[in-house]
Design a protein around this ligand. Structure first.
Ligand code: NI
Length: 168
């Protein structure tokens, strides 16, 4: 497995819109293994999206199972994910491997219904809430070229410089 380089602001490739995945083959499995190794190699992150390592295809990994008392589905590879239902909204703090020096307050849906394929192309549907739903919405934004800094309520009052190495 390889640890891949993570694109960071202000790299303009982070604004690129990713394309749907059409081939569910060994190369895809290999890439997902590298993407997960990259997620685990850095400062602990609950998710990573393929375009963050310059692969512009609609794939993300999310795993919030390490956070206590958070309803979750464990380690998830989400390919061609689509949110088909949203409920509620809440403000919460987010960080990102591509924005290492800041965190920010972002409004997200509190519950979602999600459809996504797995590494074999099988379609699954998930009901998600809370932090897991937030993490999925954050990672899916990367597929459309959006970062959390594009969504903060106010860049003046809702962006926070990290005091030390990133923690979340
Ligand atoms: Ni991110």
């Amino acid at each position: 497995m390889a640890i891949l380089d993570i694109l960071k602001l202000p790299d303009s490739r982070l604004k690129q819109v990713s394309q749907p995945v059409t081939q569910f083959d060994a190369a895809l499995q290999h890439f997902i293994a590298d993407l997960e190794a990259t997620r685990q190699a850095g400062p602990s992150a609950v998710g990573i999206a393929a375009p963050q390592v310059a692969c512009f295809q609609r794939m993300v990994i999310v795993d919030v199972s390490g956070r206590p008392k958070t309803p979750n589905h464990g380690y998830l590879v989400l390919i061609n994910p689509e949110i088909v239902h949203w409920e509620g909204h809440a403000i919460g703090r987010e960080g990102c491997l591509s924005v290492p020096d800041y965190t920010g307050n972002v409004i997200r849906a509190t519950a979602i219904r999600l459809r996504a394929q797995d590494c074999d192309g099988q379609l699954h549907e998930f009901e998600m809430e809370g932090y897991e739903a937030r993490a999925v919405q954050h990672e899916m934004d990367h597929l459309d070229g959006l970062l959390f800094v594009d969504r903060v309520v106010s860049r003046r009052t809702d962006l926070y410089r990290r005091k030390s190495a990133r923690l979340d």
